[in-house]
Design a protein around this ligand. Structure first.
Ligand SMILES: Nc1ncnc2c1ncn2[C@@H]1O[C@H](COP(=O)(O)OP(=O)(O)O)[C@@H](O)[C@H]1O
Ligand SMILES: [Mg+2]
Length: 300
């Protein structure tokens, strides 16, 4: 089950993984039908849970949930809770965990509670100009501003002056977005370029690791913003980063997540993605197959 309006592309890879492992295609359902107000219906027939949306009717043995855009996840929570109450096999039913990971102010609060290293952050919800300026000064005048709910480095700004801060504040106010500012991680490699890691964690183990290098020092290290991603041998991940990614995922209560983190400052986590894009290079083998396998294991 994915949002069929999403063009991010994980769905096709997951379908291939299911076909590879079971010899059969999965039934594909549009998650939008099961969001608040959708046409999807959940009922029980002979004790088994049945999902219905238009012509598609299925009594699933396992429900694989992916590619739900961050901004729509709250509307999907009631359905997650319903499936959980019915004891459905799925790794994607913890609505509290996905909300904590999706809303970055909640992520940071949880990291503080669990001592997961991250850059010092202040959450700003429609702040006065004075509060924004004071928070910026408190964090040393070199920060990154991010929306509380976002993806792909959209609406993320490197802010190093009060003028840039005012521009960012105006932008978030006009877009009606809550936001956060965090101290710059100074995640610069020996060649002077911004770099960071994406580590995908499944049930407490690292399944995929990439390094992202960004030529523009003021742009986020997201591939879609021009960063170049290189797949690493998991053993080549700098010491401690794999464990840090596992701790961050566990802190948020997720069985699976794609962690963005930097090596500098002793290792700091930026965020944990609930449904990380697979990346084209080996995404099927490193993420989709193990993720489907973990679901199939729930059957035994
Ligand atoms: N404190 C920071 N220091 C350096 N870079 C940052 C900082 N905060 C965010 N960034 C950059 O912005 C990117 C986007 O932020 P992130 O939390 O990953 O949100 P998303 O990828 O969902 O837009 C980060 O992956 C990182 O490259
Ligand atoms: Mg990110």
């Amino acid at each position: 089950m994915t949002d069929h309006s999403s063009t991010e592309g994980s769905r096709a890879t997951l379908v291939t993984a299911v076909e590879t492992l079971t010899g059969r295609p999965p039934v594909q359902m549009d998650a939008r039908h099961f969001m608040t107000g959708g046409i999807g219906r959940v009922n029980t027939a002979d004790g088994a849970l049945r999902l219905e949306a238009g012509d598609v009717v299925v009594t699933p043995s396992v429900v694989l949930i992916y590619e739900i855009p961050p901004g729509k996840r709250r509307d999907f929570e009631a359905f997650q809770r319903l499936l959980e109450q019915h004891g459905v096999n799925s790794l994607g039913l913890d609505a509290d965990a996905s909300r904590t990971a999706t809303e970055k102010n909640l992520t940071v609060d949880q990291f503080v509670l669990d001592n997961v290293p991250h850059m010092e952050t202040i959450s700003l919800s429609r702040p006065t100009a004075e509060l924004a300026a004071d928070s910026f000064d408190e964090l040393g005048g070199d920060v990154w501003a991010r929306p509380v709910v976002g993806m792909g480095g959209d609406d993320v700004f490197h802010v190093t002056s009060h003028e840039q801060l005012r521009d960012a504040a105006d932008y978030y106010a006009t877009s009606e977005l809550d936001w956060l500012i965090a101290r710059d991680a100074n995640n610069v490699n020996h060649g002077g370029l911004r770099h960071q890691y994406r580590v995908v964690v499944l049930e407490g183990r690292v399944v995929r690791a990439c390094e992202h290098v960004q030529a523009n020092p003021d742009a986020p290290c997201n591939e879609i913003q021009g960063a170049v991603s290189t797949v690493l041998d998991i053993d080549d991940l700098p010491a401690g980063l794999g464990q840090l990614a596992v701790s961050a995922t566990k802190s948020l209560g997720l069985a699976f997540g794609g962690v963005d983190l930097a090596l500098e400052n002793g290792g700091v986590v930026f965020e944990v993605n609930v449904h990380p894009a697979f990346g084209s290079d080996g995404g099927l083998e490193t993420v989709a197959i193990p993720y489907v396998e973990a679901h199939l294991a729930m059957l035994s």
